[in-house]
Design a protein around this ligand. Structure first.
Ligand SMILES: [Zn+2]
Length: 148
C-alpha cells in the first residue's frame, strides 16, 4: 500500500488545502440506476476521487453478477477529511480513495461478516480489503483502491 507521503505527493494534502484537492480530484458519481436497484442502500450520488469511478462501478457490477451484492446492507461513506482511527496519520478517506460498507456489522478491529467470494471480487478488481489486515488495523468495512 502507498504511504501517506506518496498519497500527498500524488494528490496534495486535503487537510491543508481542501479546495484545491477537491477541485482537482473529487467528482460526483451518479450511481447507475440498475446498480441502485440491485443495491438499494447506495445513495443516488457518491462524491469520490474520480480515479475510483470506473473500478467501483466495475466491482459493483461484478458483485451483482455473482449474486453477492445482497451482502451490502449499508453505505457508510467515501470522502471524509479526518485522522485515521487510533492514529495521528491522515485517513485515506481524506483523498476519497476508499469506501466503507456495512460498518456496524464490520467494525474497526472487530469481526468481518463478508463472504470469501465477496472479498475475492474486490481483491480481483485491485482493491485492498481492510478485512485482510492484521488484528490491530483490521477494518472489515473498508475497501481501498490505489492502482494509480
Ligand atoms: Zn474506511
Amino acid at each position: 500500500m502507498k504511504t501517506q507521503a506518496q498519497l500527498i505527493k500524488k494528490f496534495g494534502n486535503p487537510t491543508i488545502d481542501r479546495v484545491t484537492f477537491e477541485s482537482k480530484w473529487m467528482q460526483i458519481w451518479k450511481v447507475p440506476e440498475e446498480i441502485r436497484q440491485a443495491i438499494p442502500v447506495l445513495p443516488r450520488k457518491i462524491y469520490i476521487n474520480h480515479l475510483l469511478i470506473v473500478p467501483l462501478e466495475d466491482t459493483l457490477r461484478e458483485l451483482i453478477a455473482n449474486g453477492v451484492h445482497s451482502e451490502i446492507v449499508s453505505y457508510d461513506g467515501v470522502f471524509n477529511i479526518r485522522q485515521k482511527r487510533g492514529s495521528k496519520s491522515i485517513s485515506v478517506h481524506s483523498w476519497g480513495i476508499a469506501i466503507d460498507l456495512n460498518a456496524k456489522l464490520n467494525p474497526f478491529r472487530g469481526k468481518v461478516t463478508w463472504s470469501e467470494k465477496f472479498l475475492q471480487i474486490w481483491r480481483d478488481n485491485g482493491w485492498f480489503c481492510g478485512a485482510d489486515w492484521s488484528a490491530a488495523s483490521k477494518d472489515g468495512m473498508h475497501f481501498q483502491w490505489e492502482q494509480f
